[in-house]
Design a protein around this ligand. Structure first.
Ligand SMILES: [Zn+2]
Length: 441
């Protein structure tokens, strides 16, 4: 029987990691003779959900098994009880198990969970309707992600991530991954991997910074690419194990929903097209904001300080420019209005910018002066005369194209610049014969 097992929300700010629990569970299921129908799927959901402090990631295992579904559910529950941060605030792990084909209702639910805030109640009633089984600890919040992971088939664009885990004794200590080896790997593998190093700052992006058990994560186009990149690293601490996930990271899967400004909802991922209404300005904290208008209303758009030089692009916008903003809707705060937090910006049409000057004297070449109100302009030396000021088009230091913040400011889901040309080849899942299941030590 075909079984989809979704797991979510086993981690907390203090540590823990849903993918590590999935990796351990994969080994246990493998030892029971279960066949895997896909790589473990790592599904990132709406990054704008306010109570999700980290990447909002859930995992789905898709297996073919003779085991009764209750036994699979028990194995998963054991793993969660053993390893998750039960009792930490905001940790509400959940498991959802669905047999057979994934119903279209569940796929639609997942599309909602990728772009909007979905309630646990909606998840629970759908679970009852499609006859799946669910188990949750704490509040039922984790059920949303667990079900949404099941309903995301990764049928269009997708990428892979190899995640390596630390030995228990090293968790909380600095990660001993040789910097030079990361830079070198990035040089050699830049065509088939992404987000290894932030070019603007030189910051290494494959190693996270928290107390979680992840040593490093290598993102790329194929399982072979991420495995090769991993083996190019010089690592000076024990690696507990590693596993390769198939994922929607780096695909822009969340930025598919075009919205009119009047219909924008807080905490949703949106794409909005409109006209720049005022000159962008820098506010306290170094954030750059401007007002965007589309005929149904207007909304503030912000490039926050961590987006670095992306803010310089935004500052170059002029009133009248037509742009498309991609990002997340942030609810109004006490000091800040409701804002579209820009993840990327597409300049669609630049307005012509004019500058006006007093005319130049045709005889001596000096700038003329006003001859008095409505009297035109006159050269003080030659007494030559001109009727009006000169208007001249000023060149715009901006192109009609997509602009992205540097990789260090990306969401997991953000499609990096490097993938814009590659992504077109990836419109179908790999053939089943190529689904080698990869893990190692
Ligand atoms: Zn003159």
């Amino acid at each position: 029987m075909k079984i989809h097992l979704g797991i979510d929300d086993t981690d907390s700010l203090a540590g823990g990691c849903t993918t590590e629990i999935a990796a351990d569970l994969v080994r246990k299921l493998g030892a029971k003779g279960v066949a895997f129908l896909d790589y473990p799927n790592l599904i990132r959901l709406n990054p704008n959900v306010p109570w999700k402090t980290r990447g909002n990631g859930a995992v789905c295992l898709r297996i073919e098994s003779e085991l009764p579904s209750v036994e699979v559910l028990e194995l998963a529950a054991e793993e969660i009880e053993r390893s998750s941060r039960l009792g930490d605030p905001g940790t509400d792990p959940a498991i959802v198990l669905l047999g057979g084909a994934v119903p279209s209702d569940v796929v639609e639910f997942s599309e909602e969970a990728l772009t909007r805030v979905v309630t646990p109640d909606a998840a629970v009633s759908l679970i009852k309707k499609v006859g799946s089984e669910a188990l949750s600890y704490g509040s039922a919040r984790g059920i949303v992600g667990a079900l949404a992971a099941i309903g995301t088939p990764l049928a269009n664009d997708y990428t892979f991530e190899l995640i390596a885990y630390r030995s228990r004794d090293f968790i909380g200590k600095p990660r001993l991954v040789d910097r030079e080896s990361v830079v070198q790997m990035n040089e050699e593998m830049r065509e088939v991997t992404f987000n290894n190093v932030d070019a603007e700052t030189g910051r290494i992006l494959i190693t996270p910074r928290g107390p979680d058990p992840i040593l490093c994560g290598l993102r790329g186009e194929s399982p072979e690419a991420v495995r090769k990149a991993f083996h190019m690293l010089r690592i000076r601490e024990p690696v507990e194990n590693w596993m390769i996930f198939r994922t929607n990271q780096g695909t822009d899967a969340h930025l598919m929903r075009s919205c009119r400004i009047s219909g924008l909802q807080d905490h949703s991922a949106v794409v909005v097209e409109g006209v720049v209404k005022d000159k962008p300005r820098t506010i306290r904290g170094g954030h750059v904001i401007f007002l965007l208008e589309d005929g149904t209303g207007s909304v503030h758009c912000a490039a926050y300080e961590p987006t670095g030089r992306f803010r310089d692009i935004v500052r170059k916008l002029e009133p009248g420019d037509r742009v498309r903003g991609f990002g997340g809707m942030r609810a109004a705060g006490s000091e800040i209005p409701r804002t579209l937090n820009l993840e990327k910006l597409e300049v669609l049409k630049l307005v012509a910018c004019m500058s006006t000057h007093n005319p130049v004297c045709p005889i001596c070449g000096k700038r003329m002066k006003s001859a008095g109100k409505n009297q035109g302009y006159r050269c003080e030396h030659c007494r030559s005369h001109a009727a009006s000021k000169i208007r001249k088009e000023v060149g715009r230091d901006l192109d009609e194209r997509i602009y992205l913040p540097p990789p260090r400011a990306h969401r997991h889901l953000t499609k990096p610049e490097a993938r814009y040309l590659r992504a077109r080849d990836r419109i179908s899942p790999p053939p089943q014969s190529e689904w080698h299941f990869l893990w190692g030590k």
